[in-house]
Design a binder for this molecule. Structure first.
Ligand SMILES: [Fe+2]
Length: 205
């Protein structure tokens, strides 16, 4: 007997990329986002409970650091779609990103949500709090399917119903827009900074 085919049908993949930036890149990005945060009121609150996010599209800001980040995130989004086995002609499409910088201080969190309307989403970790206890700095993905508890006991990526990660600064997490996720409260005095984005595939002209 041999296994002939195994299809993880209707999968909900979560990928982590190392963007390969040196530590100076993140240090400079922290300074830039902090200066933006301390100089502006920030944009509208969406899923964030507390915290700050920049007004408008972060990737529209003219800055070489941000341009480098946008370029790498767009490449990762395309690679993610390839890994997903997307059958659309990827070579005839380009990725367009819309992003926002997000700062979470003590007690701040993001309620469970999805990014409907986007194709692929990502979160780049600029700065993580030093203390990893009590789930601070984690992102947790929640299952959208209705798996009965009796089958959840089987565990693993197919039968399990939640996946939790604590990406290091410099890592990018990419996932499909339909995947529910949330960010547990920051229980430290140390800020958490990410750049989150939505990606859409656009046909090349
Ligand atoms: Fe999100």
């Amino acid at each position: 007997m041999k296994l002939e085919e195994f299809i993880p049908a209707f999968a909900q993949p979560v990928a982590t990329f190392d963007l390969g930036f040196d530590s100076a890149f993140n240090t400079d990005l922290v300074s830039f986002i902090d200066s933006l945060r301390l100089g502006t009121d920030g944009g509208p609150v969406r899923t964030s409970v507390g915290g700050w996010r920049n007004e408008g599209d972060f990737f529209a800001i003219q800055n070489p650091l941000i341009k480098r980040l946008e370029t790498e995130c767009a490449k990762a989004a395309m690679q993610f779609l390839e890994a997903c086995g997307a059958t659309i002609a990827l070579e005839k499409h380009a990725i367009s990103l819309n992003g926002w910088a997000n700062w979470n201080g003590k007690g701040h969190y993001n309620a469970p949500h999805r990014h409907l309307g986007a194709d692929v989403c990502g979160t780049y970790y600029v700065k993580q709090p030093n203390d990893a206890s009590l789930n601070t700095g984690c992102i947790e993905f929640l299952d959208n399917r209705n798996i009965m508890p009796a089958q959840q006991r089987l565990g693993g990526p197919i039968f399990g119903t939640r996946v939790r990660r604590r990406p290091e600064a410099g890592k990018l997490v990419v996932f499909p827009s339909f995947l529910t996720h949330w960010v547990p409260p920051n229980q430290t005095e140390d800020g958490r900074i990410v750049v989150a984005w939505n990606a859409k595939l656009r046909q090349k002209l």
